[in-house]
Design a protein around this ligand. Structure first.
Ligand code: 6R9
Length: 648
C-alpha cells in the first residue's frame, strides 16, 4: 500500500476548492459539459460573444474539434489590457537572470507598452494576421513580449527551443513557412553563452529556408559580436525606437490559430501541434488557477523554458490571463551551485514552484545541504511535470524541499493537450507519491485494452480521453491526416495519449510511461518506470533508465542503465546488490538481466531520457541509433556504447 498524505490544515482552510467542491464541480462538468464550458468561458473577455459552445467529432472520417467558434477575442488583450484597470502597477513578470546579481520586474502597465511596441515592430516588418513567426530565443522577457505581440496582431508563433540546432530550426521554419525569425545575439545558461544568432545564420543558409524567410529580428542580449547580414537582419532596439507605444489588438476568431509548437512522436519528423485562441486560453486559465491554487498576490514560478508547452501555458498564457505574477528564469538549477532554485525562492518570495522530476533528481543527488542552507518559508505549493515522478524523488521534494508543509501537484499532460488533464488539486486531493491522481474538470480519461475495450474499475491499460476539452490541439499543422492517424485511429472515437496508466481502487491514475516503454517479461506486464523508481530508491543510485530487449526465453529481458551518486564506483558487488534490491522491491520477475553503470543518460534538451537510443544500445544495434541530434549531450552515447561493448 502506498502512503497517502491528506490535505494539510493550513491549505484546506485557504484553498479555492475542497474535496467535495471538486467532486461536485467535476460531476457537473461531465453531466452538463456544454454549460460548464460556457460558464468557464466567462473567465476571459470576448469581443463578440459565442453562440455555439462545442462542435466536436472524434470520428475518423469527420474529425473536427471546435470550441466557441463564432466568438471573437484577442489573447494578448486578455493577458494584458483587461488587467490595467485593476492591476496596472502589479508586477506581471519577474525575471531572474542567469547571473544571480541580475533581475528585474515588469508591471502590467510596462508589459502593455513593451508588447504594443513589439507588435508595431512586427507590423513594420510586414507581418500580418495569419503569418507564421518563428521564435528562437533565450529565456528573457522579450520572449514573452514576442509571443504576446504575435497574439496581439494575429500572427501565429512557433517557438523553437534555444537548445535546438540550426538544422532543427531550419526544418521548423520551412514546415510552417515562417517569414520572420525573432532571436537574440546570444543566450546565457549556466555561465555559458549559446550563439543563437549564429545558428539562425546557419539555418538561413539551408536549402528551402530562403524561400520563406524575409527578415531576422535580433535582440541585443549579451552585446557580443555577431555577423550581420544587411539584407535580412534588423536590430530590435533600432526598430522600436521608430514605433508608437500603442497598438490596437486584432479581433480574432476563437478558432484562429494562436501558435504552433513542434514535438517529437514515435515516428517521423516532429509534428507541428496547432493550438487555437479561445478554448486554449480558457483552459490554460482554468487549470493554472485551480491546479496551482492561485490566489491574487501569489508569486508563481514555473522553471520550464518557453520553448516547451509548459512554458507556453504555465509561464505565459495561463498566469497572465489570470493577472498573476509569473517568474521567468534564464539559468539552470546548478549554477552557480545546486542551491540556486531555492535561493531564487527566497530572493523573490516564491509561493508556488513548478519544476520537473529530472531537475529534482539531479538536485537530490547533490545532497540536502544545498536545500537546507536556504529558508523556503515562502513556499506553499510544489509542482512536477514532464515524466512520471518516482516516489523516491517525490518524497525528497516533499520532505526536504517542502518540509512536509507543501502539497505536490504531479501534473500529467502533453503538448497536444494544451493544459493539465490529470492532477491533484491542493485543497481537494489527498496525495499518493507517484500518482497524478484524478482528472480535472471536463476530462474523461479511460483505460482501454489493445482492442479498444474499455476496462472498468481498478485496472491498467492504454490511457485515452473519451471527449474533447477546449485546450485540445486542433490539428497537425499542414497535415490533418497525420493528426487523425496519430491520435484517433488506434482506438476508434477516442483521443489516444500514447501513455499507459493504472487506475487504483480510489480512482487515482498512475501514469506508467509511454506505451512503447511497457515491457512484457515472461507474460508479465512491467512498467519501466516501476523498475526505475525501485532502482532510484537504492541509496547509491542517482538515476536509472530501463529498456526492454529481445530475450529468447522471456520474450523481453530487462536492461538497466544506472547512474550512481557522485563519488560512488560501480562494481560487480554493487550489480549483485541492485539485482537483490529489485527482487526485494518488486519481485524476481523484475530482476534485471543486465545492469550497466553509466556516467550519464542520453536526454533531450527538455530532460527526457531517450529510451529509443538506450533500446538500440541494449540490443547491441549501434548502427541504428537514429537521429541523436536532439540530445542535450550527444557524447553520452559514445560512453554508453563503450561500456556496452565491455559487457559482451
Ligand atoms: C507537459 C509535457 C508529454 C509526455 C506524456 C507523458 C509524460 C508528462 C507527466 C508525464 C507522468 C506526469 N508526462 N507529465 N508522465 N507523469 N506528471 O511534458 O508535455 O513534452 O508533450 O510530454 O510526458 O509520457 O505523454 P510533452
Amino acid at each position: 500500500m502506498s502512503k497517502v498524505y491528506s490535505v494539510p490544515k493550513s491549505i484546506a482552510e485557504s484553498a479555492l476548492l475542497n474535496e467535495s467542491q471538486y467532486s461536485k464541480m467535476y460531476q457537473q462538468s461531465i453531466d452538463n459539459n456544454e454549460s460548464f464550458w460556457a460558464e468557464q468561458a466567462a473567465r476571459i473577455d470576448w469581443i463578440k460573444p459565442f453562440k455555439t459552445i462545442k462542435d466536436v467529432s472524434y470520428q475518423k472520417d469527420d474529425l473536427h474539434i471546435r470550441w466557441y467558434e463564432d466568438g471573437t477575442l484577442n489573447v494578448s488583450e486578455n493577458c494584458i489590457d483587461r488587467h490595467l484597470a485593476t492591476r496596472a502597477d502589479q508586477v506581471a513578470i519577474i525575471w531572474e537572470g542567469d547571473d544571480p546579481s541580475v533581475s528585474k520586474s515588469i508591471t502590467y502597465r510596462e508589459l502593455h507598452v513593451e508588447v504594443c511596441k513589439f507588435a508595431n515592430v512586427l507590423k513594420s516588418l510586414g507581418v500580418e494576421k495569419g503569418d507564421r513567426v518563428t521564435l528562437y530565443m533565450p529565456m528573457i522577457p522579450e520572449a514573452a513580449f514576442a509571443m504576446l505581440a504575435c497574439a496581439r496582431i494575429g500572427a501565429v508563433h512557433s517557438v523553437v527551443f534555444g537548445g535546438f540546432s540550426a538544422d532543427a530550426l531550419a526544418g521548423r521554419i520551412i514546415d510552417c513557412e515562417s517569414k520572420l525569425v525573432i532571436t537574440a545575439d546570444y543566450s546565457r545558461r549556466g555561465g555559458k553563452q549559446i550563439p543563437l544568432k549564429n545558428n539562425v545564420d546557419a539555418a538561413a543558409e539551408k536549402e528551402g529556408v530562403k524561400e520563406y524567410l524575409q527578415s531576422v529580428l535580433v535582440i541585443k542580449n549579451t552585446g557580443d559580436d555577431v555577423v550581420w547580414n544587411e539584407s535580412l537582419d534588423y536590430w530590435y532596439h533600432e526598430c522600436i525606437a521608430q514605433v508608437e507605444d500603442d497598438c490596437p489588438a486584432t479581433e480574432m476568431g476563437a478558432e484562429d490559430p494562436l501558435f504552433i509548437l513542434y514535438t517529437s512522436g514515435s515516428t517521423g519528423k516532429p509534428k507541428g501541434v496547432l493550438h487555437t485562441s479561445g478554448g486554449y486560453l480558457v483552459y490554460a486559465s482554468l487549470t493554472h488557477q485551480y491546479v496551482f491554487d492561485y490566489h491574487d498576490g501569489d508569486i508563481y514560478w514555473c522553471t520550464a523554458d518557453v520553448g516547451w508547452i509548459t512554458g507556453h501555458s504555465y509561464i505565459v498564457y495561463g498566469p497572465l490571463a489570470n493577472g498573476a505574477t509569473t517568474l521567468m528564469f534564464e539559468g539552470v538549477p546548478n549554477y552557480p551551485d545546486s542551491s540556486r532554485f531555492w535561493q531564487i525562492c527566497d530572493k523573490h518570495q516564491v509561493n508556488i514552484c513548478y519544476t520537473a522530476p529530472t531537475a529534482i533528481r539531479a538536485l537530490m543527488r547533490e545532497g540536502d545541504s544545498y536545500v537546507n542552507s536556504t529558508s523556503r518559508q515562502s513556499l506553499r505549493l510544489l509542482g512536477s511535470v514532464g515524466e512520471p515522478i518516482n516516489p523516491e524523488a517525490w518524497q525528497w521534494y516533499y520532505d526536504v524541499v517542502g518540509e512536509q508543509r507543501c502539497p505536490i501537484v504531479d501534473t500529467w499532460w502533453q503538448t497536444e493537450t494544451g493544459g493539465i488533464l490529470i492532477s491533484p488539486l491542493p485543497g481537494a486531493t489527498p496525495l499518493k507519491p507517484g500518482s497524478a491522481s484524478r482528472p480535472l474538470f471536463g476530462i474523461k480519461p479511460a483505460l482501454v485494452d489493445g482492442d479498444g475495450m474499455e476496462l472498468p474499475g481498478a485496472t491498467e491499460g492504454n490511457l485515452v480521453i473519451s471527449d474533447s476539452w477546449p485546450g485540445q490541439m486542433r490539428t497537425v499543422y499542414g497535415d490533418h491526416q497525420r493528426f487523425i492517424d496519430t491520435y484517433f485511429s488506434t482506438f476508434e472515437g477516442r483521443y489516444f495519449t500514447g501513455d499507459g496508466a493504472r487506475r487504483d481502487e480510489d480512482g487515482y491514475y498512475w501514469i506508467t510511461g509511454r506505451v512503447d516503454d511497457v515491457l512484457n517479461i515472461s507474460g508479465h506486464r512491467m512498467g519501466t518506470a516501476e523498475i526505475e523508481s525501485a532502482l532510484v530508491a537504492h541509496q547509491e543510485v542517482a538515476e536509472a533508465a530501463v529498456v526492454g530487449y529481445p530475450h529468447d526465453i522471456k520474450g523481453q529481458g530487462i536492461y538497466t542503465f544506472v547512474t550512481l551518486n557522485a563519488g560512488v564506483e560501480g562494481s560487480q558487488a554493487l550489480e549483485k546488490e541492485l539485482v537483490q534490491w529489485i527482487r526485494k522491491e518488486i519481485g524476481p520477475v523484475a530482476s534485471p538481466d543486465f545492469i550497466q553503470f553509466a556516467p550519464g543518460l542520453p536526454k533531450t534538451r527538455s530532460g527526457k531520457i531517450m529510451r529509443r537510443i538506450l533500446r538500440k544500445i541494449a540490443e547491441d544495434d549501434f548502427a541504428n541509433l537514429g537521429d541523436i541530434s536532439t540530445l542535450a549531450e550527444p557524447a553520452v552515447v559514445d560512453d554508453l556504447i563503450e561500456n556496452r561493448k565491455n559487457k559482451n
